[in-house]
Write a protein that binds this ligand. Structure first.
Ligand code: ZN
Length: 95
């Protein structure tokens, strides 16, 4: 469960709910090996990236998301080569 800094008081409520419901590994890390916590999926943002990117590099972010949590962004399966230890991962679906 992510904890938001006090200064982030003007976030859209659905974005706040998503962030608070997700687990964001620290900067510079790679995804934890499978299995993920029950009910979570590995997801990343749409920043252009290479499979070797770590958390935060060039704006690349990944997290462990409960896809059914209200306010969670829509996801689609991704085949970019990131996190090869995981049988499947997702990226945020662009509208
Ligand atoms: Zn991907």
């Amino acid at each position: 469960m992510a904890t938001l800094p006090e200064r982030l008081t003007n976030l859209d409520p659905s974005l706040r709910a998503f962030i608070e419901s997700s687990d964001f590994p620290p900067l510079g890390t790679v995804p934890a090996p499978p299995p993920l916590p029950a009910g979570r999926v590995l997801a990343h943002n749409n920043i252009q990236h290479a499979p070797q990117f770590t958390q935060g590099f060039n704006g690349f972010r990944f997290w462990y998301q409960d896809p059914n949590y209200p306010g969670s962004p829509p996801l689609r399966p991704c085949t970019c080569g990131f996190a090869p230890d995981h049988p499947v991962h997702y990226q945020v679906a662009r509208e």
